[in-house]
Each structure stands twice: as structure tokens, then as C-alpha cells.
Design a protein around this ligand. Structure first.
Ligand code: UD1
Length: 434
């Protein structure tokens, strides 16, 4: 396993471009299976979950070629097949091939899908939604075979606004006969991006971004060209880095309207920022750090537009340095506080009570050897290391590689001192002398 070595205490300052959104590109890559044409996807972040998703598509005979951050997907030879379970098992989002394969071929076989160990992550809501359209689900020894004689639109009520279940349903219903209305749909911006891509392919989806989405099934979908939205979680992570490490960070392309819950929290914590809402070239958020220690906060994670669970560990790292007692309650995933023990090794004072963390702010964190226990937890440990005194080593950096494009490189451009060490302790991509 590779690791990051961080010399803490550097001020961050400068401008950085936000990458395309991981959670938007993964369903959009899956949606390319809906066509037998060619798709060109722009602003694709180069990160490990994307590479795994492309391997899944290649297993299904999609031909993939890169040009910088642009992907060309030739889907003319796609045929239903059961992709290698080992590849599927690497990421949770591989379950998103279910909707498009069912829509196009009326059958899909998937092995057990993987992902971060942040919770049990069942598929019941996906299946219940697809069953309304006429799908049948056969559990296999490891995974599922889902099939339908015919897919017909219907009224679907999700018991919880699951992001993945909403996405799978949008994809399957786009090639079903007739109209589907989805109630209690997830409202995340990534759902809007997926609907935008399917509509660019010739689909008829309206209402994405609200909790009622209407999908008029069409006979076939064609190829499309599409640009992925900027990553709101990368944006949020860098905002918190700026809040913890002072200086002025200008996040180009960041979409303030996608980060309202976090911006509100930062404002309450006493952190100042400015922003511009515009098209992708004009849109930005600029953060000016915090004059002193941040004020404590009470935060509960929720579905969009609530506070995102994917920003909870990073915010906890910031609040571990606040001027009082904060409480963070996690309502989306049951196992999302595994980073707490790691943060405590650095001097944080945190107690867990059920699904809440009680954080008593301390004046400083100190460098230590810690583990990235999952993707966002790993990002939180890097932020803690940047703000800490001395050296921090973050082990299992592969988790971070799954969801951030060149995380350490971007932070180094802003003035951080992060060095990557390979399995043998050799330096890779170090900016400064360690
Ligand atoms: C997506 C995001 C992930 C984010 C999460 C919540 C992607 C690739 N991943 O994950 O980064 O943290 O949304 O914003 O976009 N659930 C069920 N049954 C189901 C489906 C979900 O009980 O069939 C539960 C899950 O266990 C979890 C909650 O619903 O507790 C939220 O899951 P969901 O919204 O589906 O998240 P994902 O799509 O997996």
C-alpha cells in the first residue's frame, strides 16, 4: 500500500480547477450502455473508480479511448454478459449497469458489487423500483440475475430517495414502453447530470432535480456528446482545506449552488468566502480561511440538499480544531465514523454516541501515522495532516485515489508539502525535499 507523507502547518493559497464529478461520471458511463452508438464524454476525472467502471464497460465489449480528460465510448458491439465479478466487486457503482442492461437487453447479471466499507449498502430499493416496470430478480450464489419479458412504465414510489436506485430506474425506464413517474426520487445534482446525458441521447426525462421525475420511454437512444459537471465533493474538501489552513483559495469551476449546505455551515463557523454563480467558465468559490479557530457546529447529514454524508469526515477534521463543542450526526450510512480513532491519534477529542460524534475542539493536532479507512475518511486525514504540526503519514492512500483526481498534486500546487511514498518507501511525485 502506498502512503502520503505530509509536512503540516503550511498556508494554502492560490487557484485550482475543480475536476469533473466522480458521482456524475460513473452513472453516465453506465448509461452509455443504453445506445449502440458512440458517446464522447468530456471533463472526465482520471481517478481509480472511473478506471474500474471503464473495465466493467470493456467486459461488456464497449471500446474505450482517452484523449486527455475526454473519453470516446464505442458501444456498437455491446452484448449482455456477466462481467468478471472481481472487477465488479471493486466498486459499488458497478451496480449501475443493471438499469441500462435491463432497459436495452431485458436482462442483466451482476455479481456482488463492492465499495467503501461505510455501511451495508443493500439493493432492495433498486429491485423494488425495477420490479414495478416488470423486472424479476433472481438471487444467485453471489449476485443477481434480473430479467423482464417486457419493461412497461409505471408509478414508482421509493421508500428512501436512494441515489443509485433513482439512477438505475432512470436508465431502465428510458427504454421501457410508456411513461414512468418516480416519486420520492433523489434530487442530487448528479441525477440532473445523468438525466441531461440521457436526454442528449434522445431520452425524455423531465423533473430531474425535484423529487418527482417523469420518464417517457423511447424505442432507442443514440450516441451523444456530454460534459460532466464539476465535483461538489472535491470542491467541499478543498473548501475545508482552505478553512483549516488559512490563505485564499480560488476554486475555478466550483458550483456554489451545489454546495449550499456546506457553505452555510462554513459561514456559521465564521469562515468567509465569496462566490459567483455562472456558467462553467465563470463559476467559482473563493475562500479566505478563518481568522482564528472555527466556531463549533451542530450538523446532521441528510439527502440533498441537506448536508452531504460525503463531506462529514472532512468537516469533523475541521471541527476537531474548533473553539468549543460540536456535534455531527450521521443519518445516511451506519459505519461512517471509522476515521474517528485515527483523528484521535492526532490529538482530536471525539466521543461517539450512537450515530453522533461529540467533538471537543482542541488547539492543535499533531502529526502521526494514520490510516485512510475509506475514501472520504482518507481525505479528512490529509486535511488534518495539513493543519497539524509536524509530519503525518496517511496509509492506504489507494482509497483516496479512488475518488480524487491528483489530490496531493493539487494541494501541492496550493502550497502544501505532500510527498507520496510507494510500497518500498521510495518517493513519488514529491514537490519539496522531505
Ligand atoms: C451515492 C454516492 C455516494 C454517497 C451516497 C449518498 C455514487 C457513486 N455514490 O451512493 O458517494 O455517499 O450516494 O449521498 O453516486 N439503501 C438501501 N437500499 C437500497 C439502496 C440504498 O437501504 O437499495 C440505503 C443505503 O444503505 C444508504 C442509503 O440508502 O444507507 C443511501 O444510499 P444511496 O443513496 O443509494 O447511495 P449510493 O447510490 O450507494
Amino acid at each position: 500500500m502506498e502512503r502520503l507523507l505530509i509536512n503540516g502547518g503550511r498556508k494554502l493559497d492560490g487557484e485550482v480547477q475543480i475536476s469533473g464529478a466522480k458521482n456524475a461520471v460513473l452513472p453516465i458511463l453506465a448509461a452509455s450502455l443504453l445506445t449502440n452508438g458512440c458517446c464522447v464524454i468530456k471533463n472526465v476525472p482520471k481517478l481509480d473508480d472511473v478506471y474500474v467502471m471503464l473495465s466493467v464497460l470493456e467486459e461488456l465489449s464497449v471500446r474505450v479511448s482517452w484523449q486527455r480528460n475526454e473519453l470516446r465510448l464505442d458501444c456498437s458491439r455491446v452484448a449482455p454478459a456477466a462481467p468478471n465479478p472481481e472487477i465488479l466487486g471493486k466498486i459499488r457503482a458497478s451496480n449501475l449497469i443493471l438499469g441500462p442492461l435491463l432497459g436495452r437487453f431485458k436482462e442483466a447479471e451482476i455479481g456482488a458489487c463492492g465499495g467503501c466499507s461505510i455501511g451495508s449498502r443493500p439493493m432492495n430499493l433498486h429491485f423494488a423500483a425495477l420490479e414495478v416496470l416488470g423486472a424479476k430478480v433472481l438471487p444467485l450464489e453471489a449476485g443477481y440475475f434480473v430479467f423482464a419479458k417486457a419493461l412497461r412504465g409505471g408509478e414508482v414510489h421509493l421508500a428512501f430517495p436512494s441515489v443509485g436506485a433513482t439512477e438505475n430506474l432512470l436508465m431502465a425506464a428510458s427504454l421501457a414502453e410508456g411513461k414512468t413517474v418516480l416519486y420520492n426520487a433523489a434530487t442530487e445534482p448528479e441525477i440532473v447530470d445523468l438525466a441531461g446525458f440521457i436526454n442528449a441521447m434522445g431520452g425524455k426525462i423531465s423533473g430531474a432535480g425535484s423529487d418527482v421525475i417523469t420518464i417517457e420511454g423511447v424505442k432507442r437512444l443514440g450516441g451523444a456528446e456530454y460534459t460532466i459537471m464539476p465535483d461538489r465533493i472535491e470542491t467541499g474538501t478543498l473548501l475545508v482545506a482552505g478553512a483549516m489552513c488559512g490563505g485564499r483559495l480560488h476554486l475555478s469551476g466550483a458550483r456554489p449552488e451545489h454546495n449550499q449546505a456546506l457553505l452555510q455551515a462554513l459561514q456559521q463557523a465564521g469562515i468567509s468566502f465569496t462566490y459567483n454563480i455562472g456558467d462553467s467558465k465563470e463559476s467559482f468559490i473563493e475562500i479566505c480561511g478563518c481568522a482564528g479557530r472555527p466556531l463549533p457546529l451542530q450538523i446532521t447529514t441528510a439527502s440533498y440538499p441537506g448536508f452531504p454524508t460525503d463531506m462529514q469526515p472532512q468537516l469533523a477534521a475541521m471541527l476537531s480544531l474548533s473553539q468549543g463543542q460540536s456535534v455531527i450526526c450521521e443519518r445516511i450510512f451506519e459505519n461512517r465514523f471509522r476515521f474517528v480513532d485515527e483523528l484521535k491519534k492526532m490529538g482530536a477529542s471525539i466521543q461517539l454516541r450512537g450515530n453522533c460524534a461529540i467533538i471537543d475542539g482542541v488547539t492543535r493536532l499533531h502529526g502521526m501515522s494514520v490510516c485512510a479507512t475509506d475514501l472520504r475518511a482518507g481525505a479528512a486525514m490529509v486535511l488534518a495532516g495539513l493543519a497539524a504540526t509536524g509530519r503525518t503519514v496517511v496509509e492506504q492512500v489507494e482509497y483516496i485515489d479512488r475518488g480524487y483526481e491528483d489530490f496531493a498534486g493539487k494541494l501541492n500546487c496550493l502550497g502544501a508539502d505532500i510527498c507520496r511514498l510507494d510500497n518500498f518507501g521510495n518517493e513519488k511525485g514529491c514537490k519539496l525535499v522531505v
